[in-house]
Design a protein around this ligand. Structure first.
Ligand SMILES: Nc1nc2c(ncn2[C@@H]2O[C@H](COP(=O)(O)OP(=O)(O)OP(=O)(O)O)[C@@H](O)[C@H]2O)c(=O)[nH]1
Ligand SMILES: [Mg+2]
Length: 572
């Protein structure tokens, strides 16, 4: 049934890859220890899957004197392990092999050099390990047990009637390994030392303790290595597991789930306590309370999330100033181009407001997007817009923090920190980038409207007419002065032509100049508005590239992490 259920979910391979991906994505965000543990599990799973899958490695583990070596010998059908009276007796693991062909590399990987062939013909494919005592006074024993408990396919916990309730066993091993219940057996040995009616009571008590450990379904077998009582049942259960050849995958599956749960707990911990490895991991399809993938980020990146930031950047970068300079510059140049020729030259003594900001000049216009050296950036990319004030810079800072804060809403602690950090990841370049964007945006602010040339030509024509009139009148005046006969004087109605030319020319010149000014004023306003829009678009692009994009990447990383974790925990 379990096998069937597993088939519905993702394959072990998929889950291992997902775990590895989750570890990679969590790297630098989650506690190093959880990431390393997840990587180690993935690596271990890969290694085990690459070794003999026809063999099932079962380890006899338990306290000293519980009878591990005695059971090992009884199962193997010969005295392979020393059974002593001095405790502890077994100091290194040894293996008994039932049809051990091809199991060499597996035992090399387990680093168990002492190997024997079991005499018992049944149980082909079983590799039985006799372990040292887990609660040993010798550190090397404990280390050996811990090492192998992590690697074997099947765990057979051997307890005796005196010490089955030992806290060390339950708290240090059984409870944290609750997720591994599918690859666990508990053997109550030495039942020959109990009166028959006490055996059942003892087993019942042990079962209750196991239930408390989260191991309700784990088979409990009462046996005696000495009398052979219950040994047939143990052999049968072991035989079934070996024949199914599924323990290795179940073990790795439980390992992957545990590591994923541990990563998830590290995510939700937010600096708090990280639950012990594997705790609660085996509750396969359950979801962690109050945390986890189903919760997800609260808001993520809303559309206008950086509105405040863009406004602060615009202010700090002096956009209102530039916009005003564009309007003024336009009017200034319009006057120079279309003003009354008599007075327009005066304008040339005044500086162009736009050029004063080093905007709209050719140097800035050759928009090189990325400048190779900072030196170049100084020359080409810089405007002379006055730098941001302390207040404006503080406003940018605040707005930047707001973006991070808003994007981080609803995320688990470490990811929220990562998102906040991502929002500020380019904080130092931000103002420079905005300044450069402004320098390269105000491109058409100095383009001359075509009507300026036409009006200019008209102005000179009118000016020429005025000059002609003046000259004509001058000649007439001179002739009169010299008392020469007056030539005939053509008139337009009652007014003589030279007067018409002079006065009309002057009047027309001034009128055209005034009209042009009005048009230039309107044009400047329109151009300023357009420039403002272009600058705001450029600033939005910078904000998007340097602030939102990193935030988006981090949010995406979190989403992928969550997805990978679900997959690793087979929650899909
Ligand atoms: N009465 C009884 N005694 C047993 C049984 N199994 C083992 N013993 C005795 O318990 C003692 C310890 O047995 P071992 O097999 O060495 O125990 P162990 O778990 O390997 O101990 P360490 O190697 O020290 O961890 C020995 O004196 C055994 O003879 C059993 O089923 N009944
Ligand atoms: Mg022993």
């Amino acid at each position: 049934m379990k096998l069937l259920r597993r088939k519905e979910g993702p394959s072990l391979d998929t889950r291992v890859s997902a775990l590895l991906e989750a570890a990679t994505l969590g790297d630098g965000r989650l506690p190093e220890e959880a990431v390393t543990a997840a990587r180690a599990v993935a690596e271990r799973a890969g290694a085990r899957a690459g070794l003999s899958l026809d063999h099932t490695v079962a380890a006899l583990a338990g306290a000293t004197g519980s009878g591990k070596s005695s059971l090992y010998n009884a199962l193997a059908g010969q005295e392979l392990a020393a059974v002593g009276v001095t405790r502890p007796t077994t100091s290194t693991a040894q293996a008994a092999l039932w049809d051990g062909e091809g199991a060499g590399p597996l035992l090399d990987w387990l680093d168990v050099p002492h190997r024997h062939s079991a005499a018992d013909a049944d149980g082909s494919g079983l590799v039985l390990l006799d372990l040292p005592d887990h609660d040993s006074i010798r550190l090397s024993h404990r280390l050996e047990v811990d090492r192998l408990v992590e690697l074997v396919d099947l765990l057979v916990w051997v307890v005796d009637p005196q010490k089955y309730a030992d806290a060390a066993l339950h708290e240090r091993y059984l409870r944290p390994l609750a997720g591994h219940r599918d690859v666990m057996l508990v053997v109550l040995n030495q039942v020959d030392r109990l009166p028959p009616q006490a055996v059942e009571r003892c087993v019942g008590d042990l079962r209750r303790l196991l239930e408390g450990d989260g191991l309700a379904d784990v088979p409990v077998l009462a046996v005696s290595a000495r009398t052979g009582e219950g040994m047939a049942g143990l052999r049968e259960v072991l035989g079934e597991r070996v024949a199914a050849r599924a323990s290795w995958a179940a073990r790795l599956g439980a390992d992957v789930a545990a590591a994923a749960a541990h990563l998830g707990a590290a995510e939700g911990g937010g600096g708090g306590e990280v639950p012990a490895l594997e705790q609660g991991s085996g509750r396969g399809l359950e979801k962690g309370p109050g945390r986890g993938p189903e919760q997800g980020p609260g808001k993520g990146l809303g559309k206008g999330v950086d509105k405040g930031l863009r406004e602060a950047l615009a202010r700090a970068a002096g956009v209102p100033l530039v916009v005003e300079a564009v309007a003024k510059g336009h009017r200034h140049r319009a006057v120079v181009a279309t003003g009354w020729p008599v007075t327009r030259w005066l304008r040339r003594f005044r500086p162009d407001p736009l050029r004063r900001l080093r905007l709209g000049t050719t140097a800035v216009q050759n928009a090189r997007p990325q400048l190779p050296s900072p030196g170049d950036a100084e020359i080409v990319g810089r405007t002379s817009v006055p730098g941001a004030s302390a207040v404006q810079r503080a406003q940018v800072e605040t707005a930047l923090r707001d973006v991070g804060e808003s994007a981080a809403t609803g995320l688990p602690g470490p990811w929220a920190t990562a998102v906040r950090h991502a929002a500020r990841s380019h904080a130092t370049e931000l103002m420079d980038a905005v300044d450069r964007a402004i320098a390269t945006t105000s491109l058409d602010a100095t383009r001359r409207p075509r009507w300026w040339s036409a009006v200019n030509a008209l102005q000179w024509l009118v000016f020429a007419a005025m000059l002609a009139g003046a000259l004509w009148l001058g000649v007439l005046f001179g002739m009169d002065y010299l008392r020469l006969p007056q030539p005939p004087l053509p008139t337009a109605g009652p007014v003589p032509w030279p007067t018409v030319l002079l006065a009309g020319g002057a009047l027309a010149g001034v009128l055209v100049a005034l009209l042009s000014r009005l048009l230039a004023w309107l044009g400047g306003r329109r151009r300023a508005r357009r420039t403002g829009r272009a600058l705001r678009t450029a600033i939005a692009e910078v904000s998007d590239r340097l602030v939102l994009e990193p935030v988006r990447a981090e949010l995406d990383r979190h989403a992928r992490f969550t997805e990978a974790l679900r997959l690793a925990r087979a929650e899909v």
